[in-house]
Design a protein. Structure first.
Length: 128
């Protein structure tokens, strides 16, 4: 039965990691027009405890790529030349990341459900 529990734990860790990734993607999209906003990225790390196959998220990192320069002399943050720093969020990239995270979450959910069905079937066989 421990193999089933391990499978549940691996699936649940994958779902937690992808849920956190989706949360940060949503923040990035919401702040795409915020001046000076740096895109948040969440790295995934393999669990170092007993090589259990679980996924953990690392510390949130800010994308250090250059911020876009936007020309708008009437903006309160504009410099003498009329430019201000926008964000470095690419909404197309964020939408692609959200779809990838969603698909990965769904795959982990299917694995969780399949394991549940297999353990239920095993218990039914043992009862006979």
């Amino acid at each position: 039965m421990s193999d089933f529990l391990q499978s549940f734990a691996v699936s649940a860790s994958g779902m937690r990691a992808q849920a956190q990734r989706l949360r940060h993607v949503a923040e990035n999209i919401a702040n795409a027009d915020t001046p000076g906003y740096h895109r948040k990225m969440v790295p995934f790390e393999a669990s170092t405890r007993d090589a259990d196959g679980q996924v953990r998220t690392g510390p949130v990192r800010l994308d250090q790529s250059a911020l876009s320069q936007i020309y708008d002399p009437s903006h309160p943050m504009a410099d003498e030349a009329g430019y201000y720093e926008g964000s470095n969020v690419n909404t197309i990239l964020e939408v692609a990341d959200s779809r990838e995270a969603q698909r990965s979450y769904e795959a982990n959910l299917k694995m969780f459900d399949q394991t549940r069905k297999m353990s239920s079937a095993l218990l039914d066989l043992l009862r006979r």
